[in-house]
Design a protein around this ligand. Sequence first.
Ligand code: ADP
Ligand code: AMP
Length: 219
Amino acid sequence: MATFIVLLGPPGVGKGTQAKILAEDSKLVHVSSGDLFRENLKNQTELGKLAKSYMDKGELVPDDLTICMIRERISRSDCRTGAILDGFPRTPAQAAALDRMLFDFKSHVDAVPFITAPLEILVERASGRWTCRANGHIYHEMYHPPRQSGVCDEDGSELYQRDDDKVETVRNRVNVYNKQTMPLVEYYRGQGCLIEIDGTKDVKQVTENLFLALRQFYR
Ligand code: ADP
Ligand code: AMP
């Protein structure tokens, strides 16, 4: 039976950071909707160009496009054993679509770690974020600086600051999250798979708490 884990939480809380650690440990694939849109943008696809107009404002890309992109991604053979979903679903319609997709694969959402932190921490983390151009490795100028400024430790590629990590855009992304994504907390609580994680701790501590909670959850 495949394992599907949904990482839920506001922008900048550390979902991508934890997803990469969890993926390495569990051998499940990390599927990030934001990374998929940025990949499309880099390749100048029609989807990428369309998504950019929403991403620049900190708005959500329309559900039909997002659901279609994720359906295609998780249909690939590397997701047969499951995946760690990061940034998807973000609306009730996306959550319902995910349930239907996984039902078709004779599977379901197993666990939903819900990572939280207050607004000032989200803004500080997003505005100090540096991302690797080649593979999306994540750094922070204060909390996780690369060995050499502007260069990815893992693959030597250039690090850049995301356009949507400007303070005003981050604030809008958090507003959008509060309005459109917060309803998913009760949705997954109702399904009995929500696990609340304090995201204010350092990366190592959050990982420890996440692993501990998942272990207890699966016991
Ligand atoms: P998200 O995927 O939720 O938007 P990221 O994983 O990209 O968040 O993290 C946002 C920024 O915060 C990155 O610069 C990352 O290095 C940093 N970060 C992530 N988790 C922590 C943490 N627990 N403590 C301090 N900084 C963190
Ligand atoms: P992220 O990398 O998760 O912070 O996402 C960056 C941006 O991509 C978001 O602000 C949205 O514009 C878009 N995006 C990512 N995931 C979704 C999603 N599930 N639904 C709609 N838009 C998304």
